[in-house]
Design a protein around this ligand. Structure first.
Ligand code: DX5
Ligand code: ZN
Length: 266
């Protein structure tokens, strides 16, 4: 027990350091995201989902995304219970971390009992732990656990879950993830009617990091950006493109324009 604390503390410091590196290096001169209770405006971040990439070459696929201009990596963890599909867990993340020490890992935890994997994911080097509100019994306890492990706290909402579900806990989240498909599979069609949730959150929480995930790509990025999302997850539209850097640049351009426009209107 005594020996456990220094290691946990170190891992927490290390994780925080990585977040700081991410914050400093990505957007020189731009505004930066913070917690819901923070006081800095969110900036654009593009996070490819590698779900539909060639997972036999995971590190290479991730490097390709980073070299193509990604700000972070969105890693989809599925347990076959919360969603009808299986992917990978913390052992894979732990192997990936030393190959890209400074990259922000956003763990999308599509799992039952999300509290079960917090410590293992922190130890593996995750930076953000996004659990699903539908799978969580004690939201404050889980948020505290994630934060104490040194990771940013994300909460995800399936398409059928109203945004009001999370409002009583709004102080506890760094990121709210609005799903724009039913979680479980890549390559599905984007659900535009989810944008009302994004708009509501952006209006009421101007400092919040709002992430969207599912079917997002060049065809719908303008509505996503105008609704107020600033963390853009995109899977097949990026990994399936002949030139991923072009798609990432296009997504970024749309979000940055929308942010700039909204700041001029303030
Ligand atoms: C779906 C996943 C998403 C998705 C993204 O359950 O959480 O990250 O695979 O891929 P696209 O953009 O292809 O929907
Ligand atoms: Zn995802």
């Amino acid at each position: 027990m005594i020996g456990k604390w220094p290691q946990r503390l170190l891992s927490r410091l290390h994780s925080r350091l990585r977040i700081d590196i991410y914050r400093v290096s990505k957007e020189e001169g731009a505004t930066e995201a913070s917690t819901m209770s923070g006081h800095t405006l969110p900036c654009c971040k593009i996070g490819p989902s590698i779900l539909c990439a060639d997972l036999s070459c995971l590190a290479d696929e991730c490097r390709k995304m980073i070299h193509s201009g990604a700000d972070y990596l969105h890693l989809d963890v599925m347990d076959g219970h919360f969603v009808p599909n299986l992917t990978f867990g913390h052992p894979v993340v732990k192997c990936l971390r030393p190959k890209m020490p400074d990259i922000y890992f956003d763990m999308h935890m599509m799992v039952q009992n999300p509290e079960k994997w917090v410590e293992s994911m922190a130890d593996a080097g995750a930076n953000q732990y996004t659990f699903h509100v539908e799978a969580c019994e004690d939201i404050p306890a889980l948020c505290r656990k994630i934060q104490e492990s040194g990771m940013r706290v994300g909460v995800g909402l399936k398409p059928g879950t109203p945004v009001e579900t999370i409002l009583p806990y709004s102080d506890l989240f760094d990121v709210v993830l609005i799903m724009t498909v039913e979680p479980g599979f890549g390559g599905q069609s984007f659900m535009e009617d989810m944008m009302s949730k994004v708009q509501y959150l952006r209006t009421n929480f101007p400092y919040l990091d709002i992430e969207v995930d599912g079917g997002v790509g060049p065809n719908n990025i303008d509505v996503v950006a105008e609704a107020g999302a600033n963390m853009i997850v995109s899977g097949t539209a990026i990994t399936g493109a002949s030139d991923p850097s072009q798609v990432i640049a296009l997504l970024r351009n749309s979000v940055e324009n929308a942010i700039q426009k909204s700041q001029l209107e303030r």
